[in-house]
Design a protein around this ligand. Structure first.
Ligand code: JD8
Length: 316
């Protein structure tokens, strides 16, 4: 996957080298995602928006039409930046494809040299990659969810536009929508000063779903908030414990030391149900609405947790 980020604060994403690649520190350079970047499984590129300014002050903002507080980011600078980033990515894609084709031809030539002469398969041009998807964080955007994270993880190229000030002139998104999918997304009902923090959140949620990034794919399958149909999907994470068994007079629950896997799984689900009923009753209702989300024991547990369940039908 290729991920391009355009921002007026490139250092937010750690040290950036000459051609926009991220160094080994910073949110994109550390941990499993950093390793995936270093392996080349993810091609991170960070671009300074001011590269596309045209005036001596490298201005990226101007006063809002219609008045009001603050400043708005200029459409012409953003338009030029997005055009170039897309063109650069397309050129890099062609270069990669051509190199791969040349290498394949060279290997094949070497092979055919040895092999008896015969009809050679027609060279099928590599399928053109789908266009990039543009993601623009904004407090007015659609909620970013685990489901959207999974959709983005299926893309081959994501471009993130980090706004600042009062936001980006709205014609930038309108113009981009004429040639690509554009999502305005929000990471939550609170106000940030800009899009960079949201991009760091979204990139982490997406990249941990990419094949080979997480040590074991299983843990993503069990993700809360959707997950991929794992046993606990749709529930909040339950409590977790590790050594020592006793700490400051606090013991690890005996069932976890019992080796009785069925009892352990039931206990973990009960704890996840109790925590979800307490902290996110909306998720319990969502599970209940899907009919098979909650079995009889589940409904008993959440009833005991004070969740309004109708005694008879145990319906919610
Ligand atoms: C992008 C500029 C600041 C927002 C005036 C404060 C996302 N969940 C979220 N909260 N805030 C953002 C976000 C805030 C941004 C930008 C995302 C670009 N700002 C603006 C409008 C009010 N200032 C966000 N995702």
């Amino acid at each position: 996957m290729r991920i391009d980020i355009v921002t007026i604060f490139p250092d937010y994403f750690g040290p950036i080298d000459a051609d926009g690649q991220v160094g080994a520190s910073g949110p994109l350079g550390v941990s499993l995602i950093g390793k995936a970047g270093a392996r080349g499984d993810i091609d991170f590129r960070v671009h300074d928006l001011r590269r596309w300014t045209t005036d001596v002050h490298h201005a990226v903002d101007d006063s809002p039409f219609g008045g009001g507080p603050g400043m708005v980011m200029k459409p012409d600078v953003w338009g030029a930046a997005l055009d170039d980033v897309l063109a650069e990515a397309a050129a890099a894609e062609v270069a990669t494809t051509e190199t791969a084709a040349t290498e394949a031809a060279a290997t094949e030539a070497a092979a055919t040299e040895a092999a008896p002469v015969g009809p050679t398969a027609a060279k099928t041009p590599a399928a053109a990659k789908p266009p990039a998807r543009l993601v623009v964080p904004a407090p007015s955007g659609v909620p970013f969810t685990q489901e959207l994270a999974a959709a983005y993880a299926a893309e081959s190229h994501l471009v993130f536009a980090c706004g600042r000030y009062e936001g980006i002139d709205s014609r930038v998104v309108a113009d981009a929508r004429t040639r690509m999918v554009v999502d305005e997304v929000s990471i939550g009902d609170y106000v940030l000063a800009g899009g960079e923090a949201a991009v760091a959140v979204i990139v982490e949620a997406v990249c941990r779903l990419l094949p080979g990034v997480l040590g074991n794919e299983q843990s993503a399958a069990d993700d809360s908030f959707g997950g991929a149909g794992g046993a606990m999907s749709g529930l909040l994470e339950g409590p977790v414990y590790t050594r020592p068994r006793a700490w400051r007079g606090l013991e690890v629950p005996d069932v976890l030391l019992s080796g009785h896997h069925q009892a352990i799984a039931r206990w973990q689900r009960d704890e996840a149900l109790r925590r979800t009923a307490a902290n996110r009753p909306d998720l319990i209702r969502r599970l209940a609405a899907t009919g098979d989300g909650l079995d009889k024991r589940d409904r008993q547990v959440i009833a005991e947790a004070g969740f309004p369940v109708d005694g008879e039908s145990m319906a919610l």
